[in-house]
Structures are given as structure tokens and as C-alpha cells.
Design a protein around this ligand. Structure first.
Ligand SMILES: Cc1ncc(COP(=O)(O)O)c(C=O)c1O
Length: 395
């Protein structure tokens, strides 16, 4: 039997590990067995690898190594940044500003803080998913201690004006945190230049291993310890470090951030090709997100009269992997909070599919995926109840 072609178009959910990161990680697994806190050579070797990886992560975002804390990934970094900064700065105020389209790890952390008496303002977005900056200006008050706005949205790819928000925060003596999980490798981060006080990142979104990430916390910003115990991560997050995974992350971030311009150019060209082909092959579709201020790997499309979840499952049978909304929301029948926040109706949100390209996605991959997609959408529309009720969807 001929092997089925696989086209992976869900790089926002996770990226395959790069060969280079994999090799360095496996090498570390084989060679490094010491505990990085032990004083003898095997321990010192592990500690050296940790320090080298920390320096790479720091360099990639323009931070100092002493401002980087290793974590288990984006969700942990976001939870720690928001709860840890809020609680440590409570003496200054109890008001936090975030947006309606943040990742659940930000929104749920804010909800948890509401139960502790913090007041949260959720800033709305426009129909392109852009944060309403003027609403942040209005929301800032004497009790505001933290603003947390994502750098780029994981569902529709809209990039937020984080420099302007960081400047606003600074002018009001407010700490600014950004969830940069989707933006590392796509935006050139210089935390000092932009004025970011805390930043979350996750290795498996830029070619590193899963289950490892980092939180940057600017020197002088107060944050509670996340895990009490030993002195690892300068006493802020105790527990023996996963050195090989951290080594893999170090290599991946170095590669992802040293070629941003070239990678974006390549992605932009494939994205343009995808959009041209899809609009020729399938009618009555709606493209979501900002047309220009956006991640080049993200294509979010609503297919009127066809259910996103059904498209996903039928594409899966053809070896094409995509997602509806975000990976963490899959399995839930709730419509995407991001699309609803952008003013889409429930039907449109339910008919949305997210395709996220990778550095190795080719035009042939796009042709294969779109060939299958065209047939699937046609089939679904022909049996769709929406078509009967609306009686207007062209096949
Ligand atoms: C914007 C954003 N923030 C945070 C996360 C969570 O990252 P992790 O999977 O490493 O916990 C994700 C993952 O999808 C994300 O897209």
C-alpha cells in the first residue's frame, strides 16, 4: 500500500523539533547525568550547559542571563508572571489590565486573581483582532499594577502594538508582561528597547522540545517565588532542572531568532500562494485577523456553511493536520472566545479552521491540502443544515 502523504499545518499548536535541537538534546541526555546543583565535575558540567542555554535564551530577546527563569512552558510562565507579579506588588494596587483574546493560561490566571480581590479590566479588540489601545489608556488608574497583553494571537495571528503599550505602561509606572509564545521567531524582540518587564516563551513553538519554556523578569521587578524548595532558578522556582530539554530550547531559540527576516519572507510567500489558491478553489470564505500586522505563518479561514470540526476530521483522514481555534480549546464545543471577541457570530466561529505553516511547508503541501479541502468543503456544504436554512451558500 502506498504510504499516505502527511501535511502538517498546525505549527501554532506545536512545531516538530528541529534536527539541530534534537541532536543537542539527545547528546546532553547521553553525556550529562549530573545534577546541575552538585559540586563535583558531573554536576558542574550540567550547570555549564544550563548557563550556556540561559545565555542563548537571554541573547535571543535582549535580556541578561540573570533575568531568565526556566519553566515547563508557556502556561506555567503566564501563570507565574501574572499571579506572581500581582501578589508581590499588591501593596501598590490591585488592578490588572489584560485583553479578551489572551490565551486561557492568562485569562484563567486573571480569574483566579479576581477571587483574591484583584480587579481585572479585559480590553476589547476590533474586528481584526487588534487591541483597542485607547481603552487601555482609559482603563489605567492609580491602582493599576500590571498590564498583560499578548504579542501575537495564536488563533488569528494578529500582532499587537506592544511597543506603544509598553511605553504607556512605563509612563504610568505599571509593569508590562507579554505572552510572546507565538511571536518568538516571528518578531525581533529586544526587551530593553521595547520596554518589556516580563515575557513568556515556550520551546515547542519554535522548534524546541515540549514541556520547557522560560519567563523573563526584568531586574528589579518584584515577583513571588513559584515553587519553594532548593535554590534552583535563584530560589524562585525550586526543583532539579531538565537540562537536556533546556539545552534543546537554547539551540532552537538561537536558530529561530537568527533568521527571522529570511523565515518571514519564505512564510509570506507560501502564505500568499495559499491565499491565492484557496480563494480560487473555494468561494464564500472569510479570512480572519489583521491583513498586514500579522504572523506570516497563520491563516484562519471561516468556511460558510461547513463546520470547522468536520473539516478537521475529514482532512485528518487525508493526512492533513489542521486545527479549529487553538489546540488547548480543541475538544471543547465552546466557540472560540477570540473570534467572538472580534465580533464574529457563533456560526462563523464554528466554521473556522486554522492553518499554520512551518518553515518546511512547500507549495506542493499547499496544493495537496487544498485539493482535499475543496472536496471536503463542497461535500459538507451539500449536506449542511445551514445551507438549507440560509439557502444562499454557493457550492
Ligand atoms: C499564545 C499562547 N500562550 C501560551 C501557550 C501555552 O504554551 P504551552 O503549551 O507551552 O503551555 C500557547 C500554546 O498554545 C499559546 O499559543
Amino acid at each position: 500500500m502506498e504510504k499516505q502523504r502527511v501535511v502538517y499545518l498546525d505549527n501554532a499548536a506545536t512545531t516538530p523539533i528541529t534536527n539541530e535541537a534534537y541532536r543537542e538534546m539527545i547528546d546532553a541526555y547521553g553525556k550529562i547525568y549530573g545534577n546541575a546543583s552538585s559540586l563535583y565535575k558531573a554536576g558542574r558540567d550540567a550547570d555549564e550547559m544550563l548557563a550556556a542555554a540561559r545565555a542563548k535564551v537571554a541573547k535571543a530577546i535582549g535580556a541578561s542571563p540573570s533575568e531568565i527563569y526556566f519553566t515547563s512552558g508557556g502556561s506555567e510562565s503566564n501563570n507565574w508572571a501574572i499571579k506572581g507579579i500581582a501578589r508581590a506588588n499588591r501593596n501598590k494596587g490591585n488592578h490588572i489590565i489584560t485583553s479578551t483574546i489572551e490565551h486561557p493560561s492568562v485569562l484563567e490566571s486573571c480569574k483566579a486573581l479576581e477571587k483574591e480581590g484583584f480587579k481585572i479590566t479585559y480590553i476589547p479588540v476590533d474586528e481584526m483582532g487588534l487591541i483597542k489601545y485607547s481603552e487601555i489608556v482609559k482603563a489605567i488608574g492609580p491602582d493599576t499594577i500590571l498590564i498583560s497583553i499578548m504579542s501575537a494571537n495564536n488563533e488569528v495571528g494578529t500582532i499587537q502594538p506592544i511597543k506603544a503599550i509598553a511605553e504607556l505602561a512605563k509612563a504610568n509606572d505599571v509593569i508590562f508582561h507579554t505572552d510572546a509564545v507565538q511571536a518568538i521567531g516571528a518578531i525581533d524582540f529586544d526587551v530593553k528597547d521595547i520596554g518589556i518587564s516580563a515575557l513568556s516563551l515556550s520551546a515547542h513553538k519554535f522548534g524546541g522540545p515540549k514541556g520547557v519554556g522560560a519567563l523573563y523578569v526584568k531586574k528589579g521587578v518584584k515577583i513571588e517565588s513559584l515553587i519553594n524548595g532548593g535554590n534552583q532558578e535563584r530560589g524562585k522556582r525550586a526543583g532539579t532542572e531538565n537540562v537536556p530539554a533546556i539545552v534543546g530550547m537554547g539551540r532552537a531559540i538561537e536558530d529561530a531568532t537568527s533568521n527571522i527576516e529570511e523565515n518571514n519572507k519564505q512564510l509570506k510567500s507560501i502564505r500568499r500562494y495559499f491565499l491565492r489558491q484557496v480563494s480560487e478553489l473555494i468561494h464564500n470564505i472569510e479570512l480572519n485577523g489583521h491583513p498586514t500586522q500579522r504572523l506570516q505563518n497563520n491563516i484562519s479561514i471561516s468556511f460558510e456553511g461547513a463546520e470547522g470540526e468536520a473539516i478537521l476530521m475529514m482532512l485528518d483522514r487525508e493526512g492533513v493536520y489542521v486545527s479549529t481555534g487553538s489546540a488547548c480549546a480543541s475538544g471543547s464545543l465552546e466557540p472560540s472566545h477570540v473570534l467572538l471577541a472580534m465580533g464574529k457570530d457563533v456560526e462563523t466561529a464554528a466554521s473556522t479552521v486554522r492553518f499554520t505553516l512551518g518553515n518546511s511547508t512547500t507549495k506542493e503541501d499547499v496544493d495537496y491540502a487544498l485539493g482535499k479541502l475543496k472536496k471536503i468543503v463542497k461535500k459538507l456544504r451539500s449536506i449542511s443544515a445551514i445551507r438549507i436554512y440560509k439557502n444562499k451558500v454557493e457550492l
